[in-house]
Every structure is written in C-alpha cells, then in structure tokens.
Design a protein around this ligand. Structure first.
Ligand code: IPE
Ligand code: IPE
Ligand code: MG
Length: 234
C-alpha cells in the first residue's frame, strides 16, 4: 500500500458538460461548484491530509470577460457558503495563487475562509486560484533572492527543502494527481510538487465526477509501484 498524503485534482470539463446539454458554460461552472462542495465533504472523511484543487489558472484570464466575471462572482458567493459549512467540519482552507490581480471582494472571502478555518486540524483544502506552477516558482525565487540580499539566508544553504518553504504553501509533495475531462496534460499545475506524483486521467467531465470514482482511483493508486528512482523492494 502506498502512502497517500496529498491529492491534486485538475477540475476540468465544466464547459463541455454544459455544451453537451445545450446549456451555457456558466451553468456548467455552477454545477461543477455544487459537485465540488459534496466531493470535498466526502474526501474530508477519508485519511487524506491535503487536497489541492486547481480551479482557476493564471492563463484562464485569457477567456471571454463575461466568463471570467461569472467565475469570480461564483467563487465569491460560493466561498461565503462554504465558510459556514466547512468550519464545523474541521476542514482547513488555504489558497495558492497570485492575489494581486484579483478583485477585492474575492480576496476578502479568501482571507475570511483562511482565518475562520485556521485552527481546524482535519483535511487541508488548498484552492489554487489565479494559480500557475511557473508563477509559483518565479514568486518563490524572488522571495529567496530578497532574503539572500538581506542576509536572511545564505545561498550555499539553499536546497530543495528550503526552496519548498518559499512556495505559496509548504505542503507535502503530490502523491496522486487526477484530471477530469479526458485531457492528458498538466496545464501548469503544481510543477514543483508533482515531480513524483502518480497521474490519473478520467474522461468524466467534472460535474459528473463522483466520490465513488474518486475512491476507485485511490484504490488503483494504492497498487501502483512507486520507485522514486530506486528499485522495487519486493
Ligand atoms: C474547468 O472547466 C473550470 C475552469 C477552468 C475554471 P472548463 O471551463 O475548462 O471546461 P472545458 O474544458 O471548457 O470543458
Ligand atoms: C486547467 O484547465 C485549469 C483549471 C482546471 C483551473 P484548462 O481548461 O484551463 O486547461 P487547458 O486550456 O485545456 O490546457
Ligand atoms: Mg478546460
């Protein structure tokens, strides 16, 4: 059995789910958010420690303004709803991403969620919003350079462990990455953290992705032979 601390999900396929039903892309995002709310609750009852959810990439700002505005409003409202629900479920919320070009309203909800759930000790849910794996590495590098210039760290001591401390959140490496919707690519998600992650791609569009399917993927993950560059111990 493999250890499973950190799972990442690339939440994808909301648009295609809607288009297939002659609905607007917005309706797909709304349905995706409802599904995500349930999925997080189910996962919080498992032994998984950290769940990173890719919900908006730095590149998603390239989309039509109406879609971006809809998504930002949806996140803002949805964060308010889950703030009350998750606090009592012992779920701790974190955010990874660039806050600079996000609207003040969404930042307020993000900070409130982080604050309200700060003392919770159960599942850590890390929302990756306005997140890019390359942006995270660049932002960490800038902070390191600044600390080197200010003599806070000695460049000769810099190693992978210390580098990890400069990322948006210092989380364990990703063990398992799931992407819904059939696309088989990483799309700039957690490039640093997924160096040895096991990858699973499912054709299911996110609004249809159930906890049952998630649990089946976890079972398959348990049987994978993870070697980390070494040789099989058996
Ligand atoms: C994922 O669904 C949600 C976000 C990226 C915000 P998409 O909106 O990418 O859905 P598809 O890929 O167009 O179906
Ligand atoms: C990746 O999905 C980002 C999120 C799921 C938040 P996209 O739908 O933006 O990715 P591409 O464009 O298909 O690579
Ligand atoms: Mg997509």
């Amino acid at each position: 059995m493999n250890e499973l601390k950190h799972v990442g999900i690339i939440v994808d396929g909301n648009g295609r789910w809607a288009t297939k039903r002659n609905k607007s892309r917005s309706e797909g995002h709304l349905e995706g958010s409802k599904n995500l709310e349930k999925l997080i609750l189910n996962i919080s009852e498992s032994n998984i420690k950290v769940l990173s959810l890719y919900v908006f990439s730095t590149e998603n700002f390239k989309r039509d303004k109406n879609e971006v505005d809809y998504l930002m409003n949806l996140f803002t409202k949805w964060f308010k709803i889950i703030n009350k629900k998750y606090k009592n479920k012992n779920i701790k919320i974190l955010f990874s991403g660039r806050k600079e070009n996000l609207d003040k309203k969404i930042i307020k909800e993000i900070e409130s969620l982080e604050h309200e759930t700060n003392d919770n000790t159960g599942l850590i849910v890390n929302f990756c919003l306005n997140y890019g794996g390359r942006a995270e590495i660049v932002d960490a590098t800038k902070k390191i350079c600044s600390d080197v210039i200010n003599d806070k760290i000695n460049i000769n001591n810099l190693d992978e462990k210390i580098f990890g401390e400069y990322l948006y959140n210092n989380l364990p490496d990703l063990d398992l990455l799931i992407r819904t919707s059939g696309e088989q690519r990483i799309s700039n998600f957690m490039l640093w953290q997924l160096s040895y992650a096991e990858l699973f791609f499912t054709n299911t569009l996110f609004p249809d992705f159930t906890y049952e399917e998630f649990a089946n993927i976890v079972n398959s993950y348990m049987k994978r032979d993870r070697r980390f560059g070494g040789t099989n111990k058996n």
